[in-house]
Design a protein. Structure first.
Length: 95
């Protein structure tokens, strides 16, 4: 779609419905797809499927994001991360 801002997202992502926080940089972007490297910020540990994600480990995901508010510039996105057969929904805030 391309109707999203090109500015980088602020580190600090919270899974919807949970209090687990993440930091991430965006490592690449093709249209509405992002590649994210995700670092958990300590306990409680997060599990993806049946696999625990240890603190400070790096995992790479391909994510699809959609602006919450349609328009040429959006600062609030819903990010869906496909992880094996698990799909996580997170909210990302941009400055």
């Amino acid at each position: 779609m391309g109707a999203c801002t090109d500015q980088p997202l602020t580190p600090g992502v919270t899974r919807v419905g949970e209090s687990t926080n993440f930091e991430f940089p965006i490592t690449s972007r093709i249209d509405d797809e992002l590649t994210l490297e995700v670092w958990p910020l300590g306990p409680p540990f997060v599990t993806h499927g049946n696999r625990p994600l240890a603190p400070r480990s790096t995992q790479r995901y391909v994510a699809h994001f959609e602006p919450k508010v349609p328009g040429p510039v959006s600062t609030h996105f819903v990010v869906r991360i496909a992880d094996w057969s698990t799909e996580l929904t997170v909210e990302a805030l941009a400055e």
